[in-house]
Design a protein around this ligand. Structure first.
Ligand code: NDP
Ligand code: MG
Length: 321
């Protein structure tokens, strides 16, 4: 791990700023901290408007900094307010690592601010890379900041790439569950409701990414994310539908060998790996993998005619800017 200033807080633990603490990834991250109390401690927590949930987390963790974006009459005086609180949390001197689990482009300024200070950013907020991938990766390079993916596919790729050189990589293959409409005919999808779209078959996530997964727009965002994280051109990044979400992605190497990372779907492992990379540590909380009970692993092509968002999104990524 990076060894710049202000690393250790009390007891040699690493201080973490958690942006978007009240969301799906945020609460998974807090479960990781519960199991990793010797290694990590949240020193800053932020939320958008969910004051009550944030107050409960603050009571449990007593972080040095708390930020709530929305104005709230009964939010404590000591809490940071407004969009600026994300940057204040990310640049807090006790925070050596920042987990950015905010949804949407609102996460960008905090990611940039943390990277400028040479911090590690464990990035769930893929929109940061979609809207400004070139700027974000350049900022990381120039200031010695580290950008580690939390997204499960990108964590899988990072794990497959361990110890390899860029010239050894031939192709990245991202897996996609296919979402709730994977097998639906186009006419039925046309009549789908919001409730149908929110029924993700394999992952429990926030509503924005769940809806994006139903249209495969999320996979387009992930292709753009992979392009920026790993510096691989778009024509060497592919997508395959894998309904069981056991294989989290593949990397094909120039000698024809293909590595995959697999396991029971859980975001706690990618969150932990982004914090400890390149090390692996015990107690990820992920159930032990049993190949027999996990059943058949199947793969199919994307129905591009029914899910046009994937190619549209990748096209936007290729145009860049
Ligand atoms: P959620 O909607 O569950 O949580 C979003 C969090 O960000 C909440 O804490 C919310 O606060 C806060 N927030 C929302 N809008 C803003 C804003 N404008 N400014 C500051 N804070 C804001 O989302 P997820 O946890 O599902 O997703 C977070 C990110 O992680 C997204 O980029 C998503 O694509 C990515 N991701 C998520 C995965 C998952 O399993 N959930 C998997 C892979 C990636 P409040 O609760 O107060 O509204
Ligand atoms: Mg993903």
């Amino acid at each position: 791990m990076h060894s710049n200033s202000s690393v250790n807080v009390a007891g040699g633990r690493i201080g973490v700023a958690l942006l978007g603490a009240t969301g799906s990834i945020g609460t998974s991250a807090l479960r990781v901290f519960e199991r990793q109390r010797e290694r990590f401690t949240p020193v800053a927590l932020t939320a958008y408007g969910n004051r009550a949930a944030l107050a409960e987390q603050v009571a449990q963790w007593a972080p040095a900094y708390v930020g709530l974006v929305q104005e709230h009459a009964d939010a404590p005086e000591s809490w940071g307010r407004g969009a600026a609180c994300l940057v204040e949390a990310a640049t807090h001197p006790d925070a050596h690592v920042v987990i950015n689990a905010v949804v949407g482009a609102a996460g960008l300024p905090a990611t940039l601010a943390a990277l400028r200070l040479g911090k590690r950013v464990a990035l769930a907020n893929k929109e940061t890379l979609v809207v400004a991938g070139d700027i974000v990766t350049r900022t990381a390079r120039e200031h010695g900041g580290e950008l580690l993916p939390v997204d499960s596919e990108h964590s899988a790729i990072l794990q497959c790439l361990a110890g390899r050189q860029p010239h050894e990589v031939k192709r990245l293959i991202l897996t996609a569950s296919g979402g709730p409409f994977r097998t639906w005919p186009a006419e039925r999808i046309a009549g789908a409701t919001r409730v149908d779209a929110l029924k993700h078959p394999t992952w429990q996530m926030g509503s924005k990414i769940t809806i994006d997964s139903a249209t495969l727009a999320n996979k387009a965002l992930e292709v753009i994310e992979a392009h920026h994280l790993f510096g691989v051109p778009y024509d060497r990044i592919e997508v395959v539908v894998h309904p069981q979400s056991i294989i989290h992605s593949f990397v094909e190497f120039v000698d024809g060998s293909v590595l995959a990372q697999m396991g029971v779907p859980s975001m706690e492992l990618p969150i932990l790996y982004a914090l400890t990379w390149p090390e692996r540590v015990p107690d990820s909380g992920v159930p032990s993998f049993d190949p027999v009970t996990s059943g058949d692993l199947t793969f199919e092509g994307v129905r591009h005619d029914v899910f046009p968002m994937l190619q549209l999104g990748i096209g936007a990524g290729r145009r860049g800017g």
